[in-house]
Design a protein around this ligand. Structure first.
Ligand SMILES: Nc1ncnc2c1ncn2[C@@H]1O[C@H](COP(=O)(O)OP(=O)(O)OP(=O)(O)O)[C@@H](O)[C@H]1O
Ligand SMILES: [Mg+2]
Length: 339
């Protein structure tokens, strides 16, 4: 490599915030007393990169492995196989020192606002606690708790409140404040607005977008709501039974979905655009299969109306169908990018 190539390569690396390659998570399941150990293949070979400041949306039916993927990034579960790098550091091989740093760099906001907070602690204690755990002096942690309230657009008097005194939207803002105080690089948002009233959803999403821009945060958002994906994320990753079946720019994937599963998901999503109301929705037929007994070929084959002879024999490869747009389907095999 020449000096310039080296420089370009390291610049490109510096742009990548989340990098996953061949990531798998199999949960063992005991098959009776002396029976064979069965495995739940929750995540089964996911590769994905997210640039610094990017927002990736993860969609897929219940049980497709979205939360498990996020939990691996958060180091709450260990991958069975594969590499996960956050800002260039392989989190599975991190030293104790790197690990402590990493715990402050990757934050999470879960769906249920109440589960993010201790009911017996004031908002101030809840926000200060992560900082104190990471060695920030109590007085400094308090001062920062006051500062963060303006970032989440809440009055400082709420610092004295207890969770039961707050609304769902306010609780979720406090959960976001807790995620922000350690100045993370990455925030995982697992269904952050699904428990909220629709009018509050938009406010919380807008606030998250403002914070993302001002702090150059990288987000991974998990949601069942394709309208949230369209509004919020710049790229989208579609998961089906532990694998990514389609990945690309949100406009591309939602406007021109290529994988039959993505097409089905788009058809099954509630139509909020009033001009399109009344249009018949095509619901995704059937149920996702079992993660213990996956079909030999494409795992969407049993539900796919476009399947042919190849689909049940072996798993398809990822095919590039456009700039930064890949599809895991035989329909596009043999085509060149842009076809
Ligand atoms: N600790 C565990 N032990 C065994 N199986 C697990 C464990 N955690 C998750 N699973 C299984 O892994 C699969 C994927 O679960 P996961 O929670 O990642 O799905 P999800 O896409 O987040 O679903 P949802 O949309 O319902 O939140 C499921 O079949 C689940 O039962
Ligand atoms: Mg989940």
């Amino acid at each position: 490599m020449t000096g310039t190539e080296n420089m370009l390569a390291s610049q490109a690396d510096a742009e990548i915030m989340i990098e996953m390659s061949g990531v798998k998570k199999y949960f063992p399941l005991r098959g009776g007393f002396f029976g064979p150990t069965l495995k739940v293949r929750a995540v089964d070979g996911v590769s994905l990169t997210v640039n610094r400041g990017g927002i990736v949306g993860l969609v897929g039916e219940s049980g497709s492995g979205k939360t498990t993927l996020a939990r691996m990034i958060l180091k709450l579960v260990k991958p069975t196989e594969g590499v996960i790098k956050i800002d260039g550091v392989d989190i599975t091989k991190a030293t104790a020192e790197q690990e402590t740093k990493m715990r402050s760099e990757i934050a999470v906001v879960f769906q249920d606002p109440a589960s993010n907070l201790n009911p017996r602690q004031t908002v101030e204690s809840s926000i200060s606690r992560p900082m104190i755990i990471h060695g920030v002096k109590k007085s400094d942690a308090r001062a920062q708790a006051h500062d963060v309230m303006s970032m989440i657009k809440m009055d400082e008097h709420y610092l004295r409140s207890y969770p039961h005194q707050l609304s769902g939207g306010q609780l979720q803002r406090i959960a976001i404040a807790r995620a922000l105080v350690l100045k993370p690089k990455v925030i995982i948002l697992d269904e952050p607005t699904s428990a909220l009233d629709i009018s509050v959803q938009a406010q919380v999403l807008n606030m998250l977008l403002d914070l993302q821009e001002s702090m150059n945060l990288t987000y991974m958002i998990i949601t069942h709501d394709l309208n949230v994906i369209r509004y919020f994320s710049d790229t989208v990753a579609v998961m089906y039974l532990g694998k990514l079946v389609e990945y690309g720019h949100t406009e591309e994937v939602t406007g021109n979905p290529r994988h039959p599963y993505t097409q089905g998901l788009m058809g099954a999503s509630p139509i909020l655009d009033p001009s399109l109301r009344g249009r018949t929705k095509k619901l995704l037929p059937g149920e996702p299969g079992s993660l213990i007994n996956l079909p030999k070929g494409c795992r969407f084959f049993p539900r796919c109306d476009k399947a042919d002879g190849r689909c049940e024999k072996r798993e398809p490869d990822d095919v590039t169908v456009g700039p930064n747009h890949t599809v895991n389907c035989f329909l596009y095999d043999g085509r060149k990018a842009g076809d």
